[in-house]
Design a protein. Structure first.
Ligand SMILES: [Zn+2]
Length: 407
């Protein structure tokens, strides 16, 4: 076998785990999520939200379309025109599918006048975005035309930027630490020789970039500076995850934006009763759930951690007389919040075990005469560890501990 064919491929693994599918009729780059895949996405998103909630974020929701006018004002129409999915309504108005969420969130913020006392305001929103990628660029769920951002925007005073960055930094570390990725940090800066690619003047950029240098320094982190890698509206702190194959992926980003607040005239009323310009921070933890999942699936070679596995336990009755105890076991597991099912097939036990391991089911519970007699199950894990005979009480304790650790 060539080395290439042995490398994990999320497209193949995703099919084996039955996480997503594509349809000729729906179109390329538009993944469809099965019940298993939707469960995994929701678990990941819930985890991010749990971490955000602790830091004072609030959820908002927005439509997936907007009038062209919003993107003229934000600068996206000029900058992203080729990648926008455009729609002309029957009344002849031009609309576009959203390629990002910032301008919509800005319009939520701008619904009222804010006192400095109410800031920072932190909006979180997991929502799909759409970009007209070229067919040749599409790849499984890692590069798609419809993708889901676990997006958030913070509206704050300049004096609050640092603290908000540190909060997001904590969320990033908690999230990626649990999944077992090592993170490198990069500072993505603008290229002063290519001014036309960016919004805003050089003094705004210099100020923003110096703020980020200070934040990274205060964190005591070695960050490589990458010229020309900034977003068009501001510099970023990028987190790079190193996977089990030694490959590096850009995952989370924290972006400081002093340009969109200018364009949309974002202010608060300060202590002196004056309007004061504020800053904006863009903060995605997974970035795109689709792309993040493609990285995670390959990183773990399809063996999703227990807390993310769609089926956590498969119960294998050896023969028909063992099925009623198998059902009792299933009921106990379900009552305790464990996702389990029974292999009802008539194949041999060896075949059932092979099948369960192929599907990367974390734990297999074998049930035969002995187990029924002793009120136990014989536990085998997908990595070949035989945990032997366990009472349900014992094994539930182990499972819950592993789920809580998210390891
Ligand atoms: Zn944004």
């Amino acid at each position: 076998m060539s080395e290439k064919s042995e490398k994990p491929d999320h497209r193949k693994l995703g099919r084996e785990l039955d996480l997503f599918t594509f349809s000729e009729l729906v179109g390329g780059g538009l993944p469809l999520w099965t019940p298993n895949g939707t469960l995994v996405r929701n678990l990941l998103d819930d985890f991010v939200w749990e971490l955000r909630k602790k830091h004072g974020y609030e959820q908002v929701d927005i439509p997936h379309l907007t009038k062209k006018d919003l993107y003229i004002k934000s600068g996206h129409w000029d900058k992203f025109e080729d990648e926008l999915f455009k729609i002309t309504t029957r009344e002849g108005h031009e609309f576009a599918m959203k390629p990002m969420n910032c301008p919509h969130h800005i319009e939520i913020f701008n619904r009222k006048i804010w006192s400095y006392r109410e800031l920072p305001v932190r909006y979180a929103n997991t929502t799909k975005c759409y970009r007209d990628e070229q067919t040749g660029e599409l790849s499984g769920i890692s590069r798609t035309r419809a993708f889901t951002q676990d997006d958030a925007h913070v509206f704050c005073r300049f004096s609050q930027i640092k603290e908000e960055f540190f909060k997001i930094w904590d969320i990033v570390h908690e999230f990626y630490g649990a999944v077992g990725f090592d993170l490198d940090v990069r500072l993505s800066l603008h290229n002063p020789d290519e001014k036309e690619g960016y919004l805003g003047d050089s003094s705004v950029w210099e100020n923003a970039e110096n703020q980020l240098r200070e934040i990274v320094k205060e964190k005591g982190v070695e960050a490589k500076e990458q010229i020309g890698e900034a977003a068009f509206y501001g510099p970023k702190v990028d987190f790079m995850a190193v996977d089990s194959l030694g490959r590096e992926w850009q995952v989370a980003t924290i972006q400081l934006d002093m340009n969109l607040p200018e364009r949309f005239d974002l202010t608060c009323v300060n202590e002196n009763g004056e309007r004061e310009r504020i800053a904006m921070v863009h903060a995605a933890i997974m970035g795109s759930i689709e792309r993040y999942l493609s990285i995670l699936i390959e990183h773990v070679q399809g063996a999703l951690p227990l807390w993310l596995s769609p089926v956590q336990v498969k119960i294998l009755p050896i023969a028909d007389p063992h099925k009623s105890y198998a059902n009792e076991t299933l009921a106990t597991l379900t009552e305790n919040g464990i996702r389990a099912d029974i292999d009802e097939g008539n194949e041999t036990l060896n075949k059932k075990i092979r099948d369960g391991k192929l599907k990367k089911i974390p734990y297999l519970f074998v049930i035969g005469d002995k187990e029924i007699e002793e009120k136990t199950v014989t536990v085998e894990s997908r990595d070949g560890k035989t945990l032997g005979k366990q009472t349900l009480e014992e094994i539930l304790k182990l499972l819950k501990k592993e789920i809580d650790s998210k390891a």
